[in-house]
Ligand binder design. Sequence first.
Ligand code: ADP
Ligand code: AMP
Length: 212
Amino acid sequence: MRLILLGPPGAGKGTQAEFITAAYSIPHISTGDILRQNVKEGTELGKQAKTYMDRGDLVPDALIFDMVEDRFAQPDTVNGFLLDGFPRNETQAQTLDTMLQRKGQSIDAVILIQADKQLLIERAVGRRVCRNCGATYHLVNRPSAKGTHCEKCDTELYHRPDDVEETIKNRIEVYESQTQPLIEYYTRQGKIVSVDGTKPVAEVSNAIRQAL
Ligand code: ADP
Ligand code: AMP
């Protein structure tokens, strides 16, 4: 399975990625996670990407393409993958198609998760992420049983610097202007599977399972 998760920030892509990757035994490739790891490690890529990420703007395509090519070169991607946060604009979508065509591959389905703006803001403001394993919680919707620490690895949770209201609003605008056109792009390819992201986590998972 070669899948893409498409949807605005806070829609629940990372949350749903957990069950999809387990069900299909495919790796979860989140460009946001890879970038945050680079920022944490202070790599050259991380230094270049950080200013864009802190503002909630897209990181330049050239940096993203090198990063994605490197990730695709790893052996765990041979039987499929779940892309989360990539592609983010039409250039990235076209480049992805070209990259896959060169290998005689293509995307099987694009899972579109949507929710209204107010809900997206509430979800992102309340999101807390484990510094170590990346597990995602929500202060109200999905609190950690260990409070300020991760249930899985006991590491402290953090509030992403781009999960403050002003930056989230910009990220939603960036999504609407640059990423939303991909719905049309993948509809033309007949690949969109659409689910209602406002429903509880288990209901969204069920809808995705049935659609796939
Ligand atoms: P994305 O990866 O699309 O930015 P996340 O999966 O990180 O979104 O979800 C954003 C926040 O909303 C997280 O705190 C998560 O726990 C919470 N969340 C995700 N899906 C749901 C849902 N269906 N109902 C309620 N809260 C959710
Ligand atoms: P995410 O974790 O998907 O919410 O992404 C966090 C931030 O990383 C975004 O606001 C962008 O600054 C950057 N980013 C992640 N993926 C991409 C991408 N495919 N293209 C450009 N920027 C990206």
